[in-house]
Design a protein around this ligand. Structure first.
Ligand code: NAP
Length: 284
């Protein structure tokens, strides 16, 4: 049985059905089963990584997809150790390309420490290091709804955004086939697009011309606090990560194509396939 952490998140929502389609038995974790819309073919379990009895959650698991939010290496170390004791044979950890590039921001450092804990826990391991997700662009919904515009901080770099479905496909491979033990995979899309090009692709998919506006960091900070309700600490964390990743975000890795035998999904196809979701949410 494969135990999936983060089953309701961006990657988890794609990973659970992909594993089930590959014939695996899946246990999916969420803090709130009533709200979670997890594929009914999976066993859904309620649990909180900070407070639940980890050995009980992990009992009977052979493999674990380790994705945690909140960026605590201690939390992932606790999962890895409990998994080893429960007899888990393979851990597949979701990390970030930032570790490959040696970034020094707090999020990347926590992932680097967590990777180490996973490698040292005992079970076989595979590390997946994706770059920025295409799904992050759902954050543009608010300003498109209110002003038909996308605001980006000045100097925002071109980015080889990756589709979470490609990450889920690679995770499925690592969790259901052999040969990925001890491997570390950097995962990106196949092309780096500037934010202006991304807005143009989204405009085309939505059939409306969305304005692209660059603004100074101070204005971007105010917008994040106002529109997303982010606390100052989260905004600082975002810009710290951005400063560290800016020089690398354009880098394209060929791993997705090598492992999946097809090119990575493109931002244009992501925009087209999510156009209906955007259209629906723009009316909320
Ligand atoms: N976004 C990017 O561009 C990017 C790029 C590279 C790497 N990453 C990494 O991807 C990971 C996922 O981040 P995300 O922001 O995209 O989040 P996400 O996977 O979309 O959502 C977070 C998931 O974590 C679960 N979760 C949160 N707190 C939990 C807890 N205390 N106990 C159990 N489950 C908990 C949530 O489940 P419930 O709410 O159902 O409990 C949800 O399924 C992070 O490690 C991040 O660093 C992100």
């Amino acid at each position: 049985m494969i135990f999936v952490l983060g089953a309701t998140g961006k990657i988890g929502r794609a990973l659970v059905p992909a594993l089930l389609d590959a014939g695996a038995t899946v246990r999916a974790l969420t803090r709130d089963p009533a709200k979670a819309r997890i594929d009914p073919r999976a066993e859904t379990v309620r649990g909180d990584l900070d407070t639940s009895d980890l050995p009980a959650l992990l009992a009977g698991a052979d493999r674990v997809f380790v994705l945690t939010q909140g960026h605590s290496a201690d939390r992932e170390a606790a999962v890895a150790q409990a998994a080893a004791q429960a007899g888990v044979t393979h851990l597949v950890k979701l990390s970030t390309t930032g570790v490959h590039f040696g970034q020094k921001d707090a999020i990347t450092r926590a992932h680097a420490e967590a990777e180490q804990a996973i490698r040292e826990a005992g079970p076989a391991w595979t590390i997946l290091r994706p770059g920025a997700f295409m799904d992050n662009r759902f954050a543009w919904l608010g300003s498109i709804r209110e002003e038909n515009a996308v605001y980006v901080p000045e100097g925002d770099p071109a980015s080889a955004l990756v589709d979470v479905r490609d990450i889920a496909a690679v995770a499925t491979l690592a969790l259901t086939t052999s040969g990925h033990e001890g491997a570390t995979y950097e995962l990106t899309g196949g092309e780096a697009l500037s934010t202006e090009q991304q807005v143009a692709a989204l405009s085309e998919a939505l059939g409306r011309s969305v304005e692209y506006v660059e603004e100074p960091e101070s204005a971007a900070r105010d917008r994040m606090a106002r529109m997303y309700g982010w606390p100052a600490q989260a905004i600082d964390g975002f810009f710290a990560l951005k400063r560290e990743s800016a020089a690398h975000e354009h880098t394209v890795f060929d791993t997705v194509e090598r492992l999946l035998g097809r090119p990575p999904l493109t931002f244009a196809s992501w925009a087209r396939e999510n156009a209906a979701v955007f259209a629906h949410r723009l009316q909320e």
